[in-house]
Ligand binder design. Structure first.
Ligand SMILES: [Zn+2]
Ligand SMILES: [Zn+2]
Ligand SMILES: [Zn+2]
Ligand SMILES: [Zn+2]
Ligand SMILES: [Zn+2]
Ligand SMILES: [Zn+2]
Length: 543
């Protein structure tokens, strides 16, 4: 009983449509959008120059529970582009370290002598060209020049509160520099009424509103409410981007069309943002005509309590999607504990949307726990998990061993540990692929398989995690096959079969990773995957 189904439009194949050109009875429908019909191919061709700007595989509709949202206007195949959109603005994220305001290069390790100080506002940039970019040198520099006598950013290793104003200011300045884009920015949900009751409101009041009013002298241009709206629009809608040279830091980008997608903890799209801040959104699984296009703001491999807490805190809503409402999280058991009273039961929340009060109950016996006890246990595990350094293979393995009797094998902390291990085996300098024992290679393969079995449910289809994990899995499989064959432990027919299996895994990894920006880590992995696939294919055909 999903909202999408209730709103699914009637099938257009009922002959009621008329040709968009001649109004005669239509016999075919535009394959791009599924919305417009024609009497014949000729009229479709003739109409294309007009229709092409409107031909989209989605439409924006109002659905009571979601408000305005994006719905497929035709069946969309996995990998098919749903839309492309360039950010209407980008800016530094709250709490960032000093960075170039144009290209976001981190200035953390840059000497004062190598910085370029903008003559207008004295803000540090990576180079003169960036300070002179139109993004900065026009309206923004003039506003920031008001801070010149008060602020000099000198410590590049510490975040400076003035950076909190930059992104809201950029949104607001669109009003004069790009009025059309400002309309789109203003149209974004700001949740001011909810945010007013949170602690951030007071912080924004001091760090952004009062700063822009008093120091930047903008009080006659933007009201207090407008400035809070800009802060809210960014908090609720902005996507995080990882530009090259920005180090660990993230940049915010605003994509109004992408903001139309409702959230669901199992999304059906994937998105890539390239170096020009253009987002490409594709279907990750088949999306049927009339179904919503869902993005996810939460991490798919987290448990329900963790995802819902993040969504509540950062996006100000209570997620009650199918996954959140299901105690088993779509049979993944990502939050389940093992029963301590019977051998086969798992303890699950009875009412997963009431994480503070819900009793937890064993699936096999009468064993019960309170939410308080469960949350305390999980928080303690989480603390232990988070204390593990990024490359500590033995500690991740130890964590999995130590708590195997306490949580479900798929528990989200276990799944996260496996995600780290899947990349460390074969990559960490102490565990390089060729030096791995047969047992370690098997371990890497089984870790990848377990990870995929979870990802197939919570991040299904053409998704980054599946692409990366499939790629990680192919190498130990290939090595194992070769070693067994060379040791005379399998026949050449068996060997060929094993190589075929590697080929098909690699082919899927290639398909997924080819969607990534070539400049990103995953994109580079995609390039390596193409080469590996090519090699295997040549190998197979020579066998
Ligand atoms: Zn016609
Ligand atoms: Zn069309
Ligand atoms: Zn720069
Ligand atoms: Zn400047
Ligand atoms: Zn959810
Ligand atoms: Zn039990």
């Amino acid at each position: 009983m999903s909202v999408q189904k209730m709103n699914r439009p009637e099938s257009p194949a009922n002959g009621s449509k008329v040709c968009a050109v001649c109004r005669a009875k239509a016999s075919q429908i535009c394959g791009g959008c599924g919305e417009i019909a024609y009497c014949a191919k000729e009229h479709q061709k003739q109409h294309w120059s007009i229709h092409k700007t409107q031909c989209k595989p989605y439409k924006i509709v109002s659905i009571e529970k979601y408000g305005r949202c994006m719905v497929a206007s035709k069946n969309i195949k996995p990998g098919e582009i749903i839309f492309r959109e360039k950010a209407i603005m980008t800016g530094p994220k709250q709490g960032c370290l000093p960075c170039c305001l144009t290209c976001y290069t981190s200035l953390e390790n840059v000497e004062e002598a190598s910085l370029f100080r903008c003559p207008g506002c004295n803000f540090p940039f990576c180079q003169e060209k960036c300070a002179k970019s139109s993004e900065h040198s026009e309206a923004e520099c003039l506003v920031l020049s008001k801070t010149k006598s008060r602020i000099t950013i000198t410590d590049m290793t510490k975040s400076h509160p003035v950076y909190q104003c930059i992104s809201p200011l950029r949104g607001l300045l669109l009003k004069t520099t790009q009025p059309k884009l400002f309309e789109a920015f203003k149209g974004l949900e700001d949740h001011n009424n909810l945010r007013r009751q949170t602690e951030y409101w007071g912080v924004y009041q001091v760090n952004v509103v009062e700063f822009l009013h008093k120091v930047c002298e903008l009080s006659d241009q933007f009201t207090e409410e407008e400035i809070h709206s800009a802060c809210g629009a960014l908090d609720v809608n902005a996507y995080e981007i990882r530009p090259p040279n920005s180090g660990q830091q993230r940049v915010l980008g605003v994509f109004p069309l992408a903001s139309m997608m409702s959230h669901n903890c199992v999304s059906n799209m994937n998105h890539v943002i390239d170096g020009n801040y253009q987002m490409t959104v594709r279907a990750s699984v088949p999306i049927m005509r009339g179904e919503q296009v869902f993005s996810s703001y939460a991490l798919a491999l987290e448990g329900t309590r963790e995802r819902r807490a993040l969504l509540r805190q950062s996006k100000l809503f209570e997620c009650d999607c199918a996954r959140c409402s299901d105690p088993t999280e779509c049979s993944t058991y990502l939050s389940a504990l093992r029963c301590q009273k019977c051998p086969t039961g798992f303890v699950l929340p009875i009412r997963p949307l009431e994480e503070k009060e819900t009793p937890w109950q064993c699936t096999q016996c009468s064993y019960k726990l309170t939410a308080v006890v469960v949350n305390r246990v999980v928080d303690k595990l989480k603390e232990e998990f988070e204390a593990i350094g990024p490359n500590e293979v033995e500690k991740f393995e130890g964590f999995l061993k130590r708590h195997a009797a306490l949580v479900h094998p798929n528990h989200f902390l276990f799944t996260s540990a496996r995600q780290s291990l899947s990349q460390l085996y074969g990559r960490d300098e102490r565990f390089l692929l060729n030096s791995l024992t047969a047992e370690q290679l098997e371990r890497k393969i089984s870790i990848c398989q377990q990870l995929l079995s979870v990802a197939n449910v919570v991040e299904p289809g053409l998704t980054r995690i599946r692409g990366v994990t499939l790629y990680e899995m192919h190498a130990p499989m290939l090595l194992m096959a070769r070693r067994t064959f060379e040791a005379g432990q399998c026949t050449s027919a068996e060997f060929k079969e094993k190589i075929e299996a590697v080929r098909s895994i690699l082919a899927e990894a290639t398909r997924i990773l080819s969607l990534e920006d070539p400049a990103s880590t995953e994109g580079a992995m995609g390039t390596a995957a193409v080469q590996a696939l090519d090699q295997i294919q040549r190998w197979i055909s020579s066998m």
